[in-house]
Write a new protein. Structure first.
Length: 427
């Protein structure tokens, strides 16, 4: 593909050599590399000249936002000029996904961060959402005190809102916490006198937003009281998921994608600064969640097809969950990291009825971390707040909330159906 585009470059450069494009000001539109206010084949020619080292500098050429200006960008510009692409992914805008109404004018009681954090122990009194220290939520029942703490890595997050509800969904208590630059937060809730089942939900606020709150994690965490003792409820699919995850899968089976040279080049470019496989996993996961957009048109039935292959997802930048997973797996496998697609039934929160479901409606990704001899579970789709609809790309604030999640967090909203699944269409 790249050779064909470079050949096209030579034709374009020859044909366009008679044109003189004068730039009076720096280009300010993505794809407008020559500064004439338009995005067309002239700009593609400039990109190809730059990629062939025939031009020393270029602006606004990285239209596919992969950190480089090359023939892949030229292909995007040519598609745009031929009206096969309506727009390019642009800079992030306000995230409207998973929105929740903001705290009322009388703000909830603020809670100052403390050094103490919920321990990561996995028992009926403690829960942690992720093994990744850069972003997680930890919940700990300490006698009659419910302690909630965590870390959020996204630099735009400036506040956390934690609410405790009863079974009628009445808010019993809530805490509004300013998140400092290091991203850590802490809050404590008094459970004394509460004899009913309660739940906890968490939301984050991003700087610049007005009355806009988004879920940190989609599920709720439930606390029950029995004989005066409080404990965290386990998901009805926890035992099922644990059993399936304990089953051995040979890491050598995690290379079932046929990788194109394009995917290898892209993967190398995106992960070249990372040393360990774990760092590569996180970097590639973040890139997919930040640069791929969820196809609402296909999800709603407005269109009959969407992007599925890693190459199509990468070039067109929108897909549903299978496309997210296929692209992430291809990028990981290009780094020699075994990776599989796992079918799940997704429901938030998971309940007894959901636990009986045996048909998949979603997929997640597992990548093998050799140095720790374990599979790292990640859901790039649910970590991405980007949306694509009617030709418009709307970027959201994307956290690592579903990177390297624990089996407990997986079980809050996912029931595993099949590990190492073949290609299918899921949302």
């Amino acid at each position: 593909m790249k050779k064909r585009i470079i050949s096209l470059a030579l034709v374009l450069i020859t044909v366009l050599s008679s044109f003189s494009v004068v730039c009076t000001a720096a280009a300010s539109v993505t794809g407008d590399t020559n500064g004439d206010g338009n995005v067309n084949s002239l700009d593609a020619a400039w990109i190809l000249q730059y990629d062939a080292s025939l031009r020393e500098e270029i602006q606004n050429g990285d239209v596919n936002i992969d950190g480089a200006v090359d023939s892949l960008d030229a292909a995007q510009v040519l598609k745009y000029d031929a009206k096969l692409l309506e727009s390019f992914p642009l800079a992030p805008t306000e995230d409207s996904s998973d929105e929740e109404s903001s705290p009322e004018e009388s703000s909830p009681e603020e809670s100052s961060p403390e050094e103490s954090e919920a321990p990561p122990a996995e028992d009926e009194h403690a829960f942690r959402t992720s093994h990744y220290d850069g972003e997680y939520v930890a919940i700990f029942v300490d006698g009659t005190t419910l302690r909630v703490s965590g870390v959020l890595e996204y630099e735009g997050v400036d506040a956390v809102w934690i609410r405790m509800h009863n079974e009628d969904d009445t808010v019993l208590d809530d805490k509004y916490i300013d998140v400092p630059p290091h991203g850590k937060f802490y809050a404590g809730f008094d459970l004394s006198g509460i004899n009913d089942r309660v739940s906890v939900s968490l939301y984050h606020h991003t700087s610049g937003d007005i009355n806009s709150w988004s879920y940190i994690n989609r599920g709720r965490y439930y606390i029950s009281c029995e004989d005066g003792a409080y404990y965290l409820e386990q998901s009805p699919v926890l035992a099922h998921n644990t059993q399936l995850l304990d089953e051995y899968i040979d890491p050598s089976e995690g290379f079932y994608f046929l990788l194109s040279p394009q995917m290898r080049i892209v993967s190398d470019r995106l992960s070249k600064r990372e040393q360990s496989d774990y760092e590569k996993m996180h970097t590639l996961f973040k890139w997919v969640t930040e640069n791929i957009y969820y196809d609402l048109d296909f999800y709603s039935g407005a269109t009959e097809s969407t992007n599925l292959s890693p190459e199509d997802v990468y070039l067109n930048r929108y897909a549903v969950c299978q496309g997210y997973a296929n692209l992430l797996c291809a990028l990981l496998q290009a780094q020699g990291i075994p990776c599989i697609v796992t079918e799940v039934y997704g429901q938030f929160p998971m309940d007894v009825a959901g636990a009986e479901m045996n048909t998949a409606n979603h997929v997640v990704v597992e990548a093998y971390l050799e140095e720790e001899d374990r599979w790292v579970i990640m859901d790039p789709t649910w970590s991405s707040a980007n949306r694509y609809s009617d030709g418009t790309f709307t970027a959201g604030y994307n956290l690592s909330r579903y990177f390297d999640i624990t089996v407990e967090e997986l079980s809050v909203c996912h029931k595993i159906i099949t590990r190492k699944a073949p290609w299918f269409w899921y949302f």
